[in-house]
Design a protein around this ligand. Structure first.
Ligand code: BG6
Length: 489
């Protein structure tokens, strides 16, 4: 049985409540927490948006989303949950917005009030100013900001400053949902609850690290946003850099939010900067062309954009070789890659150890040890070791995994990342949320990469939808005498 740490009763207002994130993730996350008894029947869940909708119409929308997302949906449970849900039509950026109406729908006590901005970041500052004027920035308020916080360092700073003028930093929860994934948290446990790894977790024993987040989906109706962002801003700036930080950071003194975040930011600040003269050999930008998803044909990136004449140069794939310039990691390459419309959906971190120092078993050799941390799907950890294949016909070595599969060890539904993160917001636990300086440091590195690409006129390599990405990404590894880990998990 899963164990839940109770949270105190709270109210939540979701701005952008009719949007994609609210429908696909936030409402189902709240519904699941309710099903598990973590949400009190006195809680208020209020969706706020500009659409002219009745409460009943919104509840119907929420019902469809929750039913689709939950295998244990029942009519009765839904009716109980629906009684907590309400809707208000409001333009939250306006100073004269009807904040009294919102106030009248909330519990009039000191319980935590979560204000979740699931809107475009372009209106974060105006919304916060308006909330501040209406007095919605008291001690019990926790403000949640979805990514992307800006599109570069300058815009991220402007958002952080505007929001910070109204809300104290320790009441701002900048979400990166990857940090709420079970296996991402397990990375901390694996590293810091086992004595085995720490002595070998450095340049002395590790040859290189690969971080892959491959998706088989395309734009899923988000082409306007995606075409302005691309894979670097959409995935590398946040999710992949966070995974890199957790893999590479020093052990924090405690799990206190600032201790953890301080260690992560040290990694970001130590990331090597790109030189326009060499960036071409260290990175690959790709865009998918028409191909297949299984046996279904899929169109090219350009053909999925609404403006057919548009010759977008936005990357849907990126591979990067980087380094962390500090004592522990000097000289160890970190290879990052992510892409849309790839052969399969899988995210994993591969720690490849150095080969044995002496070829005792002959010059044909054997593969080095690898620790493969599979984030999704088939969550788990595998440590590939070499063993002797049984039999009298000589000495054959085989690489087999010690297998810590989540599915085999825990008969659980894995809570969606948002379920965990929303409960942490209520608890006021900031450890899995990004601090202002962390976001800005990540943007500073990304800005440098994008500037190097612009100066070097980095080409856009085509790759066929449904494949492993551009050939140039394989060549990037090949030049270093390495290859991407493509083995079935
Ligand atoms: C989001 C990106 O942050 O993460 C999407 O904007 C991407 O483009 C998604 O598809 C991936 O998340 P997950 O949890 O499905 O791996």
């Amino acid at each position: 049985m899963a164990k839940f740490i109770p949270v105190e009763p709270f109210d939540i207002v979701i701005f952008g409540g009719t949007g994609d994130l609210s429908r696909r993730k936030l409402l189902p996350a709240l519904f699941h927490r309710f099903m598990d008894g973590q949400i009190d029947s006195s809680n208020r869940i209020i969706a706020a948006a500009r659409s002219d909708l009745t409460r009943e119409a919104f509840v119907d929308i929420a019902k469809d989303s929750c039913r689709e997302a939950s295998t244990s949906w029942t009519k009765d449970k839904w009716a109980e949950f629906a009684s907590l849900v309400d809707y208000i039509q409001i333009d939250a950026t306006k100073a004269d917005a009807d904040w009294d109406l919102l106030r009248s729908k909330l519990n009039q006590d000191e319980r935590p009030l979560v204000l979740y901005l699931a809107t475009t970041p372009l209106i974060y500052v105006a919304t916060c100013e308006s909330l501040g004027k209406a007095g919605f920035n008291g001690k019990n308020v926790r403000l949640v900001l979805e990514k992307p916080i800006g599109t570069d360092l300058e815009s991220a700073r402007a958002i952080n400053e505007g929001v910070g003028a109204v809300f104290a930093e320790n009441s701002i929860f900048r979400i990166d949902h990857y940090l709420g994934k079970e296996t991402v948290q397990n990375l901390l446990v694996l590293r810091f609850a086992n004595t085995l790894f720490e002595p070998i977790w450095s340049r002395n024993s590790i040859d290189h690290v690969q971080i892959t987040v491959a998706e088989n989906i395309g734009l899923e109706g988000r082409s306007d946003y995606y075409d302005r962002s691309g894979a670097v801003r959409d995935m590398i700036q946040n999710h992949l850099l966070q995974l890199l930080c957790l893999t590479a950071m020093e052990p924090p003194n405690s799990l206190d939010a600032d201790e953890v975040r301080t260690e992560k930011i040290k990694v970001l600040n130590a990331l090597k900067r790109f030189d326009p003269k060499t960036v071409k050999s260290q990175t690959v930008r790709g865009q998918y062309i028409a191909g297949m998803e299984g046996d279904k044909p899929v169109s090219s990136y350009l053909d999925t954009l609404s403006d057919q004449e548009h010759k977008s140069k936005t990357e849907t794939y990126v591979a990067i070789k980087t380094e962390i310039e500090n004592w522990r990691w000097a000289g160890v390459p970190f290879y990052l890659r992510t892409g849309k419309r790839m052969a399969s959906r899988h995210s994993e971190i591969v720690i490849q150890f150095k080969p044995t120092p002496h070829p005792l078993f002959g010059h044909t050799g054997h593969p080095p040890n690898r620790l493969v941390i599979r984030l999704q799907p088939d969550e788990g950890v595998r440590l590939f070791m070499q063993i002797k294949e049984p039999g009298p016909g000589g000495l054959h070595i085989k690489s087999l995994p010690l297998n810590l599969s989540y599915a085999e060890n825990f008969m659980l539904r894995y809570p969606d990342a948002y379920e965990r993160l929303l409960m942490d917001v209520v608890r006021g636990n900031l450890a899995l949320f990004m601090r202002r300086d962390e976001v800005e440091s990540a943007w500073s590195w990304v800005d440098n990469l994008l500037a190097a690409w612009a100066e070097a006129d980095q080409p856009l390599e085509p790759y066929v939808a449904g494949t492993q990405g551009p050939l140039q990404a394989a060549m990037l590894m090949d030049r270093d005498g390495r290859e991407w880990w493509e083995r079935e998990f």
